[in-house]
Design a protein around this ligand. Structure first.
Ligand code: NAI
Length: 331
C-alpha cells in the first residue's frame, strides 16, 4: 500500500518515516505542491497526503480518483483548500488532523505579539552591533489590555488562557460559546463589540466563504486606533489591500501574520535568490510594525509527531476497513 506525499519537506519525511510502523505501508515524497501539473505522477497509490497549500479542486480530485486513489489525507487542520462536495461525489475518503497542537499555534501567536510590542527583533540586532540605546523600543504592558479573539475553538481557547495569564481582559466572538472559557473569565460579545473594544485582535476561526475578508476597510474602521492585529489562521480572513491602507493611516498599530492570502506562491520555500513578483507582500514587509512569519505557528516537535501519528493511523484504519475516529473524518 503506497501513500504519496505532496509539498513534502525534509521534516515531513523525518517525522513520517519515524512513525511509519505500519506493515506494508510504502511512502513516496514529492516536494512540489499538488495541482493539475503533477497528478500524472500518481500511480498505484492508496492514499495521497497533502498540506495547506495543495490545491484539491474538483478537476484535481477527479484526476486523483481516476488513478484509483481511495483516501486523501490532509496533514493539517484547515481544509479550505479542498472541494469537499467533489470528494464526496467521487467517493473519496478524506481525513485531517483536527488538533495536532493547539498550544503550538497559540504560543506562536504570543511570540508574534511580544515581538511586535517589545521589539525584541530590533533589540537583538542592536545589541549585537553594540548599540545599547533604548530609543524606539518603547512597548506597553499587556496586563490590563483588552484582547479580542475571533474563534474560540481549540487554538483560540489555548490563546485565551495564555492571555488571561498575562492579566488581560479577554473578549471573544464565536458562533458557539465555550462554557469553560466563560468560567475562566472570557466575556463573549458580538463580533462588532469585539472589534470595537480590542486593543489586540487575534483571529482563530477557520476561513469559510462567509468570513472571507472578515477584516476589511469597514471592519477596520470599527476598531480602536492603533489596534494590533494578529492572524495565525488563514490569509483570506484579511483583505491585505485594506490592511495596507490601515497601516499607512496608522489605524492599525501593528500587524503579525503567519498566513497570507497569496502564500502558496511564497511560503515553505527558500526564495532568497529570487525576485519576488508579489508587490503586496513586499509592501507589507516594508512596514517596521509588521511581522510576517511563513506559516510556522504549528512547527513544533510535538505537533509534527502528532500530525504523523494521526495521519498514518487514519490511513491504516481506512485500509483495514475500520473507520478512524469521527473527528478526523471529513468525508
Ligand atoms: P477549531 O475548529 O477547533 O475552532 C474554530 C472555531 O472557530 C470554532 O469554535 C468555530 O465555532 C469558530 N468559528 C467558525 N466560524 C466562525 C466565524 N465566522 N466567526 C467566529 N468564530 C467562528 O479550529 P482550531 O484548531 O482552533 O484552528 C483554527 C484555525 O487555525 C484553523 O481553521 C486553521 O485555519 C488555523 N491553523 C493555523 C495553523 C498555523 O500553523 N498557522 C495551524 C493549525 C490551524
Amino acid at each position: 500500500m503506497k501513500v504519496i506525499f505532496f509539498s513534502a519537506k525534509p521534516y515531513d519525511r523525518q517525522f513520517f518515516n519515524r512513525y511509519n510502523n505500519i506493515p506494508g505501508l510504502e511512502t513516496e515524497y514529492y516536494e512540489t505542491h499538488l495541482g493539475p501539473h503533477i497528478v500524472n505522477v500518481i500511480e498505484d497509490a492508496y492514499a495521497v497526503c497533502v498540506f495547506v497549500n495543495d490545491k484539491l479542486s474538483a478537476p484535481v480530485l477527479e484526476a486523483i480518483a481516476a488513478k484509483g486513489v481511495k483516501v486523501i489525507a490532509l496533514r493539517c487542520a484547515g481544509f479550505n483548500n479542498l472541494d469537499l462536495d467533489a470528494a464526496k461525489r467521487l467517493g473519496l475518503r478524506v481525513c485531517r488532523v483536527p488538533a495536532y497542537s493547539p498550544e503550538a499555534v497559540a504560543e506562536h501567536t504570543i511570540a508574534m505579539l511580544l515581538t511586535l510590542n517589545r521589539k525584541t527583533h530590533k533589540a537583538y540586532n542592536r545589541v549585537r552591533e553594540q548599540n545599547f540605546s533604548l530609543d524606539g523600543l518603547l512597548g506597553f504592558n499587556l496586563s490590563g489590555k483588552t484582547i479580542g479573539v475571533i474563534g474560540t475553538g481549540k487554538i483560540g481557547k489555548a490563546f485565551c488562557k495564555i492571555m488571561l495569564g498575562f492579566g488581560c481582559t479577554v473578549v471573544a466572538y464565536d458562533v458557539y460559546e465555550d462554557a469553560g472559557l466563560k468560567e475562566l473569565g472570557v466575556a463573549y460579545k458580538s463580533q462588532g463589540e469585539v472589534l470595537a473594544t480590542a486593543d489586540i485582535l487575534s483571529l482563530h476561526c477557520p476561513l469559510t466563504a462567509e468570513n472571507h475578508y472578515l477584516i476589511n476597510s469597514d471592519t477596520l474602521a470599527q476598531m480602536k486606533d492603533g489596534v494590533i492585529v494578529l492572524n495565525t489562521s488563514r490569509g483570506g480572513l484579511i483583505s491585505t489591500a485594506d490592511m495596507i491602507e490601515a497601516l499607512k493611516s496608522k489605524k492599525v498599530g501593528a500587524l503579525g501574520i503567519d498566513v497570507y492570502e497569496q502564500e502558496e506562491k511564497l511560503f515553505f520555500r527558500d526564495l532568497s535568490e529570487n525576485i519576488i513578483e508579489d508587490d503586496t507582500i513586499q509592501r507589507l514587509m516594508s512596514f517596521p510594525n509588521v511581522l510576517v512569519t511563513a506559516h510556522q505557528a504549528f512547527f513544533t516537535d510535538e505537533a509534527l509527531s502528532q500530525i504523523a501519528k494521526v495521519t498514518l493511523g487514519s490511513i491504516a484504519a481506512f485500509a483495514e476497513g475500520s473507520e478512524p475516529s469521527p473527528e478526523v473524518i471529513l468525508v
